[in-house]
Design a binder for this molecule. Structure first.
Ligand SMILES: NC(=O)c1ccc[n+]([C@@H]2O[C@H](COP(=O)([O-])OP(=O)(O)OC[C@H]3O[C@@H](n4cnc5c(N)ncnc54)[C@H](OP(=O)(O)O)[C@@H]3O)[C@@H](O)[C@H]2O)c1
Length: 241
């Protein structure tokens, strides 16, 4: 029970990586607080857990929530969205949506909940390997995730005097609703799925359990000397030129 007595907030806990991690943390003794927009999805993750149904990019909602939030031992910020398109083909509204969902939201949670973090807490941000390396057709998402990676580094510096750590994970494609939605919009889902798997040396998509396992390591005291780093989790794609 590595997380017995620890209170951890998980955003994006209503599906995908956040849901798997929330259940794993609860299994290991954590008291979890689940954040996402859909209350029903959060309840489905863990009936009986404390939930906060809110849009993390809405400052009024985050402020109200933060005022009532008890002290935290950690945060795993998974909430995010994906829109595809190049710089030229992406309307500014879509760009704004990517920045809101992937950067403004985590920023606001860290801004308002930073004072609630206990000394020695750990914060994990879910970035993306395409926030590290450019690929065609995901411009606004990639830019927003690159900003999120820098947020992890900045917070690692700012919180170090309180022994609070902050790291980001940069996953390649993980088979969740996010990938399924992208495939559903494709003219050739089978080819796109195979293409996604081909780009990494291990030739497969990641599993949400694999992202959750790394997140739990970073949230736990096992990683007590790791802060301000961005860890690729991508079947080796980051190693390939
Ligand atoms: N799957 C991949 O291939 C992959 C690869 C690299 C990085 N990532 C990142 O990993 C994280 C988790 O993704 P996933 O694959 O688990 O996808 P997912 O199943 O779509 O999960 C995303 C979650 O974010 C929540 N969310 C979205 N916008 C929100 C907002 N404005 N306020 C609060 N919650 C919001 C969604 O819940 P509601 O709709 O209820 O709000 C949803 O539960 C994301 O940040 C994603 O960018 C995923």
């Amino acid at each position: 029970m590595a997380f017995a007595g620890k209170r951890i907030l998980i955003s994006g806990a209503g599906s995908g990586i956040g849901r798997v991690a929330a259940r794993a943390l609860a299994d290991q003794g954590a008291e979890v607080i689940l954040v996402g927009r859909r209350e029903g999805a959060l309840r489905e993750t863990l009936a009986g857990a404390r939930i906060a149904a809110l849009d993390h990019a809405d400052e009024a909602s985050v402020t109200t929530f933060a005022q009532a939030c008890p002290p935290l031992d950690g945060m795993l910020l998974c909430a995010g969205q994906l829109l595809t398109g190049s710089v030229e083909s992406t309307p500014v509204e879509a760009f704004d949506r990517m920045i809101a969902a992937n950067l403004r939201g985590p920023w606001l949670l860290c801004h308002h909940l930073g004072p609630k973090l206990k000394d020695g807490a750990s914060v994990v941000l879910m970035g993306s390997n395409i926030g590290l390396r450019a690929i065609p057709d995901s411009a606004a998402y990639s830019v927003s995730k690159a900003g999120l990676h820098m947020l992890a580094k900045v917070l690692a510096l700012e919180w170090a005097h309180r022994k609070i750590r902050c790291n980001a994970i940069a996953p390649g494609p993980i088979h969740t609703d996010m990938v399924d939605a992208r495939l559903a919009a494709s003219a050739n889902p089978a080819r796109d799925l195979s293409d996604l798997a081909k780009v990494n040396p291990l030739k497969r998509l990641g599993r949400p359990e694999e992202a959750s396992a790394l997140a739990l390591h970073l949230l736990s005291d096992e990683s007590a000397w790791t802060t301000g780093t961005i860890i690729p989790l991508d079947g080796g794609a980051d190693a390939v030129y």
